[in-house]
Design a protein around this ligand. Structure first.
Ligand SMILES: *Cc1c(COP(=O)(O)O)cnc(C)c1O
Length: 391
């Protein structure tokens, strides 16, 4: 008999009842060190006092009106994002996949309004992940996500990861945009080298097409900059955000330049909940903490510390681990055994990691993780790896 919850997830037999900072408490009382942060969502850990205060203050005042009216919290968050990014304008969503939907619509409408309605194709890359909506699965294109769900939304061209020559050849009179994650998350923590991002930007400029960055996982301080593309010095035309921006409250956004957004006039897009007072009050509190040079400097310092310790961990378990990769506090360990086995061994030692593609386990701890917690993470991962070691 089918379970009362639609069985689309492979869930671990763990049920968490409370959280505080980098820690989650299981129903049986065990305390787990959380290096997954709800897949890069709980950017400030669990129950951060500033976020709890922002949410409860707003909850006592007003939950929902509608985008029929002005929403001051939404205006405040948009102002903060515009002030601190390439963007001139922001649309709020409730998730990453909804941000993908708008990014696709925006790019197509841009060329439609410019009198080039044939420009509908968006180029994407192997191993990418852009969400589970019809546009999201068509954009990523992997058989695992698309099989059985046809007809797929047409107009996506899939290329090998980082294949610059194929990209040059793939741009045609029908291309409207390139969509890429600066650091692939689900695909296995694969950063696109700065030179690739710069090359992509140049190609887009040369052909007059739009560059869409998916920073749903790598944005909002995760890589040690507010947004990951800042490391390369380029700026996109359109950027998808979600996950960390809400710190655990469902919130997403599409940021765009005035030019790229020019087709999106009144009536062309909408959302009932997108940009609601609760989400935006929390989003403002997240931005106020993360968008601080001292906070981001700490993320970078802790990244070096964690990375250095992970290199040591990999070296001491050569039959289990192969290498470390990633940026900031978005790190991956390539495994020589099934990543699911490593994640399960972690659970047995009360440490949470997240599996990804390309035989990788992901470490996406709260950006607020302490040095002492990093040390504890390493000793727990060390014990987990020892339980799998074959030498
Ligand atoms: C998680 C993710 C999405 C989808 O976000 P949802 O909130 O699950 O819809 C899209 N792109 C990337 C890069 C992601 O990591």
């Amino acid at each position: 008999m089918i379970s009362s919850v639609l069985p689309t997830y492979n869930r671990a037999p763990l049920s968490f009842v409370s959280g505080s900072g980098s820690w989650l408490t299981e129903a049986d009382g065990r305390r787990f060190l959380d290096l997954g942060a709800g897949i890069a969502v709980n950017a400030l850990g669990h129950a951060h006092p500033a976020l709890v205060a922002a949410l409860t203050a707003q909850a006592g005042q007003l939950w929902h009106t509608s985008n029929l009216y002005q929403i001051p919290q939404q205006q405040a968050l948009a102002d903060r994002l515009v002030e601190h990014s390439f963007a001139d304008t922001v649309f709020f969503t409730n998730s990453g996949t909804e941000s993908c939907e708008l990014a696709v619509k925006m790019a197509r409408k841009y060329f439609y309004d410019k009198g080039q309605p044939e420009r509908v194709e968006i180029i994407t890359f192997d191993g990418s992940f852009h969400g589970r909506s019809s546009a999201g699965i068509a954009a990523a294109g992997s058989e695992k996500m698309t099989k059985g769900f046809g007809p797929l939304l047409p107009g996506f061209v899939h290329l090998g990861f980082g294949d610059h020559d194929a990209l040059t050849a793939a741009i045609t009179e029908k291309t409207c945009a390139v969509m890429v994650e600066p650091v692939q998350g689900e695909g296995g923590i694969r950063p696109l080298p700065d030179a690739c991002l710069k090359g992509l930007r140049d190609l887009c400029d040369e052909h007059g097409i739009l560059m869409i960055l998916d920073e749903v996982q790598c944005g909002v301080g995760r890589t040690g900059k507010l947004f990951a593309h800042e490391w390369s010095g380029i700026t996109p035309d359109i950027m998808m955000v979600a996950k960390g921006i809400g710190g655990g409250f469902p919130l997403g956004a599409v940021l765009a330049t005035e030019n790229a957004a020019s087709g999106m006039t009144a009536g062309t897009h909408g959302s009932t909940y997108g940009g609601n007072p609760l989400g935006c009050a929390v989003g403002c509190a997240v931005m106020d903490i993360v968008n601080d040079p001292a906070f981001l400097a700490e993320v970078n310092r802790k990244s070096s510390l964690l990375r250095q310790k992970l290199e040591g961990l990999v070296a001491s378990h050569p039959t289990v681990f192969e290498s470390v990769r990633g940026m900031g506090l978005m790190l991956g360990i390539k495994c020589k055994v099934a990543p699911g086995d490593v994640v399960n061994a972690g659970y047995a030692h009360e440490v949470i990691t997240v599996p990804a593609g390309d035989n990788v386990i992901r470490l996406l701890p709260p950006l607020t993780i302490s040095d002492a917690e990093i040390s504890q993470a390493i000793s727990r991962l060390d014990a987990a790896a020892a339980s799998l070691s074959t030498s």
